[in-house]
Design a protein around this ligand. Structure first.
Ligand code: DSN
Length: 413
């Protein structure tokens, strides 16, 4: 970073402060991760210098021969990783990957879709009224069964028969349990709808076979690359060869211009890393770590939504503790533990306050932490939340967090 320090010391200082924050703290935001040095190098490379509108072999600019090679590498690797027939690695984000499927399959202002409600675990881009998706389509949302706090496939099917949607979206950003993709596709088939699985959160687990992989089961898969998959921030789409042209046209020229080729190069690196045998151990450890921490939180009397976790995240219902998600997020932040407030099923507070807290283990697992460390982290969280006004405890936990975190590298090997 020596050039940056010379030319823009102000920004260099900001980045250095962020580096120290990441090294000395514990990143437990379920949608975040830490990339390898190799991913960072590709991301920060001269691949950013080029326009490459179009696709490999069919660009609108000259000089794209190496960009074709990089994009083909990314496409081939992600197809191999998930066993897919076709991949588009150009979406700038998961939301844009979702948008491409909607635009390729549904008519704006006319078609109906079904998806999981945001407050019960879904995502903004799945039809929230404040997102383009909720403004352009007639959206009908399903949630979880309020007793079990898990998906009720019978209820989704019944709703689909009534709504007769053009498309059914499954996948979530705050759902700690396994998702039955075959059940969703069957429900969609029954009403002649397409089924799209947004696997952004669990992509790394699906790639490693720790969570069922929806490839070959659902019509379309969308994802980000930067969550459990541990790559640069970005999106991608997988589908059958028969849908390739429609999907590619929807991404470019339909909704994006020039692809971010430095990001696509970094996606290629991420996919190669996920294809290595050690990645499966990493993905398995993410889940073991979440389950180890969940057990400690549960023992400490914190109520876990759905009773536990099958994946990388834990959702805590704080409503019986008399504190909000916002208060918990703030106090844990002071203790060096970064988490996010989150709505829970049966939520009665605003999304800026919430009654829940979402905790995830992908980033700390990337640093090499295992069940023993997770039990310590769970105990620290429980201790801070037991009395959020106790400054002495917050200071003490912060010291212990910093001492432990500083022993683990920021970049996965
Ligand atoms: N905002 C992301 C999350 O935190 O789950 C999803 O896009």
């Amino acid at each position: 970073m020596s050039h940056l320090a010379d030319t823009d010391p102000e920004l260099a200082r900001i980045i250095e402060s962020e580096r120290v924050r990441q090294v000395t703290g514990l990143e437990l935001i379920a949608s975040e991760n830490l990339v390898s040095q190799a991913v960072l190098e590709a991301m920060g490379s001269i691949m950013t210098n080029k326009y490459a509108e179009g696709y490999p072999g069919k660009r609108y600019y000259g000089g794209c021969e190496f960009h074709d090679q990089a994009e083909n590498l990314a496409r081939d690797r992600v197809k191999q990783l998930f066993g897919a027939e076709h991949a588009n690695v150009q979406p700038h984000s998961g939301t844009q990957a979702n948008m491409a499927i909607y635009f390729s399959q549904m008519e704006c202002g006319k078609d109906r879709m079904m998806s999981m409600s945001l407050t019960q675990g879904g995502h903004l881009s799945h039809g929230s009224p404040v997102s383009f998706s909720g403004r352009l389509y007639e959206v009908h949302q399903y949630g979880v069964d309020l007793e079990t706090e898990t998906l009720d496939y019978g209820a989704v099917e019944e709703q689909a028969r009534k709504v007769r949607p053009k498309g059914i979206v499954c996948g979530a950003s705050a759902y700690p349990r396994e998702i039955d993709f075959s059940a969703f596709q069957e429900i969609a088939d029954g009403v002649d709808a397409f089924c799209m699985a947004d696997i952004a959160h669990i992509a790394g687990l699906c790639a490693a076979g720790i969570h069922p992989n929806p490839t070959g089961t659902v019509d379309f898969i969308t994802s980000t690359t930067h969550k459990t998959l541990r790559g640069p921030r970005g999106g991608f789409i997988l589908c059958g060869a028969d849908m390739a042209q429609q999907v590619d046209k929807a991404v470019f020229p339909g909704m994006q211009g020039g692809p971010l080729m430095h990001t696509i190069a970094a996606k290629a690196v991420c996919f190669q890393e996920a294809l290595r045998p050690g990645y499966r151990d990493y993905a398995r450890q993410i889940v073991r770590n979440a389950q180890a921490m969940a057990a400690v939180l549960d023992d400490a009397g914190l109520r876990l939504v759905s009773g536990g976790t099958d994946n990388h995240l834990i959702l805590i219902d704080l409503s019986n503790r008399g504190i909000t998600g916002l208060e918990a997020e703030t106090v844990l932040g002071r203790a060096g533990i970064t988490v996010n407030k989150n709505t829970i099923p049966n939520e009665n507070r605003s999304p800026f306050v919430t009654s829940g807290l979402r905790i995830g283990t992908p980033a700390v697992t990337s640093r090499g932490m295992k069940e023993g460390e997770m039990r310590r982290v769970g105990a620290w969280i429980a201790r801070v939340l037991a009395d959020i006004t106790n400054d002495a405890v917050i200071r003490e936990v912060r010291g212990e967090v910093e001492a432990m975190a500083s022993q683990y590298p920021l970049h996965p090997a």
